[in-house]
Ligand binder design. Sequence first.
Ligand SMILES: [Zn+2]
Length: 77
Amino acid sequence: MALYKYGSSLQPSQHSAFDSIHSSGEEAIHPGIYRCVVCGDEVVIAKGHTLPSPDHHQHKPGLGPIKWMLAVFAQSN
Ligand SMILES: [Zn+2]
């Protein structure tokens, strides 16, 4: 789970970007921290980059494929 120290750096949001599940290798439209909802692994993705390929990390047998969700949406001015 992503950590933070100063609450003044983050704020809650109801943005729909947090509701989508993304596959490995998919373009990340929104920059930020993505979390695999299956195993909890997290990655940081810059704007315009793609989510890691399917061999980024391995799941135990039976858990199924990697599924990324946006956890922290980085904002730029
Ligand atoms: Zn995973």
